[in-house]
Write a protein that binds this ligand. Structure first.
Ligand code: FMN
Ligand code: ATP
Length: 298
C-alpha cells in the first residue's frame, strides 16, 4: 500500500475503485466498503483507493481537541495489504468550498479517475454536506463514474458508526465497542519507565502513554491482550492516574502481563482491551492496592 499524505499531491493516472469518508476506527461498516473496492479492483484491474478526510485543520481553527478511535499511523497499519492507496485529505478551505458538483468533477473524476465510488447509505459530501447518495449517483452519470451504495451495516438496531463506538468506549462498554469495531480497541505506545513500585508489589507493569487524541474509557481496570515484540500475552491493564501512589500524574495505560518477564523499555507495544473489571480507586495503603490487584487477576 502506498500512503499519500495530501489529496492534492495524488497524481496517479490509473482508473480506480474509490471510497471516501473519515474512516476513524475502520469499523465493520467501513470494512465492508474496503472489501468492496478490493473486490472491484481485482475483478476489473483497477487500483483501490481509500480517501480519508482529515478534519484536524478544522478542529484546530475551532479550538476543538480531537477524540478519535485511531491515530493516522494506526489507520495506515490497519489498511496495510488491503488497498493500493491510502490518500489523506486534510479538510482545508479549498475542499470545504467545493460544491458536490465541483467535488465530483475535480476530485472523484479529476484527481482519482474513479470508475467506481463506493459509499454507505448516509454518505454526505460537498459544501456543508449538501450532497447525498442521490446527488452522487446523478453526478456519476455526468462525470463517468458508477456509484455503489452499501446499506448501513447494523448491529441489532444500532447503525454502526464511529460516533456510537466512541460513546460505548467512554461508557466503559468495551465488549460492545469491540463487537462493532470487529477487532479489539486499544493503545499503541512506547514503554516508559515507571516508579518501579510495581515490581515491589509483585505486579510489574509495562507503561505506555496513550497517544494524543485517542478516546479513553473510564479510568479503571481492564482485561487485556498485549503484543510485545510480535508475541501476544494475556494481561490486566489499569488506565488512569494511579491516585494511590501519585498526585496529578498524566494518564497511563499500565499492563501486568501473565507469563512475561522482560521490561521492554523503549519498545513499542500494543494493548488491546477486552472487558472492564472495576473502576480505578484511591486505596489507603499499598498493601490494599496489592490485594486488589491480586483479586483483579483471578
Ligand atoms: C491490575 C492493576 C490494577 C490497578 N489498580 C489501581 C487502582 O485501583 N488505584 C491505583 O491508584 N493504582 C492502580 N494500579 C496502578 C498501580 O498503582 C501501579 O501499577 C503501581 O503503583 C506501580 O507503578 P509503577 O509502574 O510506576 O511502579 C493498578 C495497576 C494494575 C496492574
Ligand atoms: N455502518 C455502516 N455501514 C456501511 N457503510 C458505512 C457505515 N458507517 C459508515 N459508512 C460509510 O463509510 C464511509 C466513511 O464513513 P465515516 O467514517 O465518515 O462515517 P461514520 O463511521 O458514520 O462516522 P461518524 O460517526 O463520525 O459520522 C462513508 O461512505 C459512510 O457512508
Amino acid at each position: 500500500m502506498e500512503h499519500i499524505q495530501d489529496l492534492f499531491s495524488y497524481d496517479k493516472k490509473e482508473k480506480t475503485a474509490l471510497t471516501i469518508g473519515k474512516f476513524d476506527g475502520l469499523h465493520r461498516g467501513h470494512q465492508e466498503l474496503i472489501a468492496k473496492i478490493g473486490e472491484l479492483s481485482r475483478l476489473e484491474g483497477l487500483k483501490s483507493v481509500v480517501c480519508a478526510m482529515d478534519f484536524t485543520p478544522v478542529w484546530q481553527v475551532m479550538g476543538i481537541k480531537p477524540e478519535l478511535l485511531m491515530t493516522r499511523s494506526e489507520r495506515m497499519r490497519r489498511l496495510e495489504g488491503k488497498v493500493d492507496y491510502l490518500v489523506e485529505a486534510p479538510f482545508i478551505k479549498k475542499l470545504t468550498q467545493m460544491t458536490p458538483e465541483i467535488f465530483a468533477r475535480d476530485v472523484i473524476q479529476g484527481i482519482f479517475h474513479a470508475k467506481y465510488v463506493v459509499v454507505g447509505d448516509g454518505f454526505r459530501f460537498g459544501t456543508q454536506r449538501s450532497g447525498d447518495i442521490n446527488t452522487l449517483q446523478a453526478l456519476g452519470e455526468r462525470y463517468g463514474f458508477q456509484t455503489i451504495i452499501i446499506p448501513n451495516l447494523k448491529d441489532g438496531e444500532t447503525v454502526i458508526s464511529s460516533t456510537v463506538i466512541k460513546s460505548l468506549i467512554k461508557a466503559g462498554d468495551i465488549q460492545q465497542a469491540n463487537r462493532l469495531l470487529g477487532y479489539e480497541y486499544g493503545y499503541t505506545g512506547v514503554v516508559e519507565q515507571g516508579n518501579h513500585i510495581g515490581r515491589t508489589l509483585g505486579f510489574p507493569t509495562l507503561n505506555v502513554h496513550p497517544l494524543e487524541g485517542k478516546v479513553l474509557p473510564p479510568f479503571g481496570v481492564y482485561e487485556s491482550q498485549v503484543t510485545v515484540s510480535g508475541k501476544q500475552y494475556r494481561g490486566i491493564t489499569n488506565i488512569g492516574v494511579k491516585p494511590t501512589v501519585e498526585k496529578n500524574t498524566r494518564i497511563l495505560v499500565e499492563s501486568f502481563l501473565f507469563d512475561y518477564s522482560g521490561n521492554a523499555y523503549g519498545e513499542e507495544i500494543g494493548v488491546s482491551l477486552r472487558r472492564f473489571k472495576r473502576p480505578e480507586k484511591k486505596f489507603s495503603s499499598l498493601e490494599e492496592l496489592k490485594e486488589a490487584i491480586a483479586q483483579d487477576i483471578k
